[in-house]
Design a protein around this ligand. Sequence first.
Ligand code: ATP
Length: 363
Amino acid sequence: MRSIQLKNIEKSFNGELILENINLTIPEGKFFALLGPSGCGKTTILRLIAGFETPDNGSIFLGDTDITYVPSNQRRINTVFQNYALFPHMNVFDNVAYSLMLKKLDEELIKSRVFKILKAVRLEHQMYKSINQLSGGQQQRVALARAIINEPEVLLLDEPLAALDVKLREQMLIELMDLQETLSTTFVYVTHDQTEALTLADQMAIMNYDGHIEQIGTPREIYEFPISSFVAQFVGKMNIFRGTLHSGNKVSFVEETNLGAFEVAAGARVPWMVEGGQVLMGVRPEKIWISKKAEENFSNHLTGKVESIVYHGPATQYNVRVKNGTRIEVFEQNEEHFPKDKIDYDDQVYLHWQKENAVLLER
Ligand code: ATP
């Protein structure tokens, strides 16, 4: 297995710049997700890696080898598309065996390899069914089997689960993770669904609307320590406060007009943030403790009025209006282990959070 490196990649279509100065290292043998809004250029990056497109500038490396101009059929890189692209007139076995047959491999060898792969994707009992007798999830597994049969170094997956219903998608996500672990092939997975990316990836990159990469990191790093409000809000919900940064002895704090000052852990501060400068402070809804009584053991406090309550099953969302008019969202797990006073519409409530749970955002 080898890593993939994109260096200063630039790509335009019909004079429109789609990708500008993309620098990205995809580590070998890992599950890497590329997440971003529709039209930001994710598929274009996959097509460049696959060799279906060439960049206008920059280069692509597989390990130490420059593959920028290597034809796609000479790269050990395969792609699984959203629409599966199976041969409808062939059965499951023939779809999967197709590339091995083209190579004129020994018949027994083909049989044993196809059988092994079909077992890995749990289709060994559907081997002789025709494609149109299969469910969407089974068809997607055939597409996966076909893409991994000739042991590529890299498997590119372009929104492969988009056509499946939610339940099946959840099941396939787990199967994909297992498959990646078994094969240790580098998986590059493109999606605009943040839950998929957070669930699957060892590492992920977030692209913005302009086709720039905003942040690269593990799902936990991206979720817990987003660098910008775009990233923070693309991977989940985030309450954002805009204030002035001050430094105390041990902590920094952010002061927002008409709302007060809030402590931020020293580690949250990034060197470019200057004393007296404007910053954004983010706090995720699930990090806020809501109660009808004031609690002592938190760094930060606010009071407000409950405006609406949304029941989500495992969690309840409270929308609370605080005194400068800002609406704060709070998520609370619905568990009965620590019973507390029931909170209703129009209740006056206290919101609390620890300084470690606030992040400072660049923009
Ligand atoms: P989605 O999530 O909707 O699939 P994406 O992030 O994968 O979007 P791309 O498919 O890479 O986005 O497209 C990025 C931009 O480049 C879009 O504006 C698209 O219209 C344009 N584009 C992509 N391929 C071509 C092409 N062959 N010719 C002209 N424009 C193209």
